[in-house]
Each structure stands twice: as structure tokens, then as C-alpha cells.
Design a protein around this ligand. Sequence first.
Ligand code: SF4
Length: 266
Amino acid sequence: MEDYSYLDVKGRIFDIQRYSIHDGIGIRTIVFLKGCALRCRWCCNPESQSYEIETMMVNGRPKVYGRDVTVREVMQTVRRDMPYYSRSDGGLTLSGGESLLQPEFATALLKAGKSLGVNTALESMGYAKYETIEGILPYLDTYLMDIKHMDPLKHKEWCGKENTLMTENAKRIAESGMTKLIIRVPVIPGFNDTDGELLAIARFADSLPGVEEIDILPYHNFGEDKYKGLNRDYPMGDAKRPSTQRMEGFKDLIERSTGLYCQIGG
Ligand code: SF4
């Protein structure tokens, strides 16, 4: 008899977004898991960072972020959205935060998605032991992996931790051949928005077996009000979003210099 106990696994989320057309193919249900190991200065979801349940002021009113749910409860929403997936090849995406900080919950969610026959994706920077990642790969169609910078010290200065674990995991995920790996790069003013820095990431992505696509995502300040709502300073000050022309220039450069298809997202 099949063991369905994974449906009772509990985890902590801070949002479920339905009918999204980002973060994977087709129309998707995105489950945002709470807790992150990094503290990227440009993070547009500061309410995702702490695992603790917290209150943020939204439009002058307090709103609680973080709730504990079972996989079964999340799947009720996924089941409702299934007609949209079948028309668009869409499915379930896990985001955060860093989903891999709740490995049992993340694995069980993806396993439940697969058992319903839906496409699964994970948006993550790969901050976990490879053994943890290995456990989710059999249930994962697409890994959308953030690579933010190739210099470990600059990565630490802007994100709070070095990048060595993540780049090592990217190599091992690619070598496993078990999932489609897409590299995503947030283009951040003053951090990595130069030809040299972006090309270094693109060349690394191009060296990964099976990787054909890199997505570059322009910085935006849509999360600024959330910092105020959490009574925190906005770390990016008045940094400006890179222009469309500049993003197109990066795309051209990457496609001329590597074998990758480059998509501008966000
Ligand atoms: S990894 Fe993502 S969720 Fe975590 S701090 Fe950075 S931008 Fe925010």
C-alpha cells in the first residue's frame, strides 16, 4: 500500500500566489516558504528572510506573515488550479526565502505535485548540503537557480555569505542531469551590473553541462515599502533600475560570448 504520510508534513509559508506566469513555464501556483540564509541588500521580500512569524505594517495596518501548513492543505490550492496548468503546461513552483532550509517540507510538496502529475519548479540559490538537494531532484522538473556573483568576498559583503556552496551545488546539479537547470541573475546596481561581472557568471553557467538558458532580472525597488513596514532601513537607498537599453546590451553581450540563450525577466 502506498504511504501518503508525506501529505501530513508541516512547514512554514508566508504566501501562496496563484495564476503566476513567472517562475517556470505556463500558469503556476507559487508557494513561498519562510526563512532564508542570506540577507541580500536588494531583497524584495524581506518578510521572507526570518523563519519567525512576524508582523509587517501594510497600508497602515498590521499583517501577520508566516503560517504553518501541511502539504495536504497546500495541495488543496494546487488541485483547484490544475485546469489552468493543463491548458498552459504550468504547475507548482516553490519559492521563498530559501525552500531548502525546510528540506522535508519542500521535498514532500514537490513529491505531492508530481503525484498529481503537474510540472514542478524550484526557485532557490542552492544554499544546502548537496545530499539535501539530491533528495528533491527526483521530484523536480526545473531548478531556477540564482547565481548572484562569482567573487566569494563580494557575495559575502552584499548577501551575507560566500557563494562557494552554491556554485559547487550548481555543478553537481548540472552533472546529475536529473532536472532542467536555468541560471538566474539579478542585475544589481553597484554589485554586479558590469560587463565583466555578468560575463563571469554567464561563462560559469555556460560551463555547466546541459545548461542552455540564463535569465537576467533587472533590479527594482518594489520591496522598499516592506522594509518600512518591518521598521527596517532599505539597504539599497535610491539605487536606480537598469534601463531597458542596458539590459538589452547585457543580453547581446552574453549571447555573443557564450552558447547560452539569454532572457530578460522580471
Ligand atoms: S536569497 Fe532571495 S529571499 Fe534570500 S535574502 Fe536573497 S533575495 Fe531575499
